[in-house]
Design a binder for this molecule. Structure first.
Ligand SMILES: [Fe+2]
Length: 207
């Protein structure tokens, strides 16, 4: 068989989701959780008005630590993409406080390159009272960005399930392309679910 007859395969338009547990997260979260909950109590609609704030502008050492970790995560993500240059970017972040019953509806993050979330406090939902068995409290779902592609997926083709769902661990950071639709399932317990989300915006045009 000649090389010309050998089939060629291209995996086109993959979606890269990165997750890692940040070193030092336990100590940082012990400081961040009460700080963010106090901020939420003192600010009307802190989570809803996420564009009004940039949490990374705060000078608190725990925020500085997280800013550095996010910056490194973005560079690691770019390396995994095999980018031939070092991206220049701004990161804008905000706090999310989901108290009992709170959730984030399906959305993506326009005008950004990457988006991510760092998990400060993720309550155990095993004690939550449930009316039905198919609930996934506190989890985050990501959806196949190819509209309706699951209609002709074949079982075990690796792309069969249009939903990818995770229950984050406190201290984990997730990073994904901003176009990716996602939602956060309701928190069903009294302990608040606390996270910090952020957008990564490129600042230098490189084509
Ligand atoms: Fe989001």
């Amino acid at each position: 068989m000649t090389d010309l007859a050998r089939p060629q395969f291209e995996r086109l338009w993959p979606t890269l989701l990165m997750s890692l547990t940040l070193p030092g997260a336990e100590q940082a979260n012990a400081v961040l959780a009460p700080m963010l909950l106090a901020e939420d109590t003192g600010t009307e609609d802190l989570t809803v008005r996420y564009l009004d704030q940039d949490i990374f502008g705060q000078s608190h050492p725990a925020i500085g630590w997280l800013r550095q970790c996010c910056h490194k995560a973005v560079l690691d993500y770019a390396a995994e993409l095999n980018m031939s240059y070092r991206p220049e970017f701004d990161i804008q972040g905000w706090a999310n406080i989901n108290r009992r019953g709170d959730y984030h509806n399906l959305h993506n993050h326009p005008h950004s390159w990457l988006s991510g979330t760092y998990y400060v406090q993720v309550p155990n939902q095993s004690g939550a009272s449930r009316n039905r068995s198919d609930l996934n409290p506190g989890e985050i779902s990501f959806f196949d960005p190819r509209p309706q592609a699951n209609m002709n997926a074949v079982r075990d083709d690796g792309q069969f399930n249009p939903e990818y769902r995770r229950l984050p661990m406190p201290g984990e950071l997730f990073l994904w392309p901003s176009f990716l639709h996602h939602l956060v399932h309701p928190n069903l317990v009294d302990e608040p679910r606390v996270s910090i989300s952020f957008n990564v915006v490129l600042t230098r045009k490189v084509l």
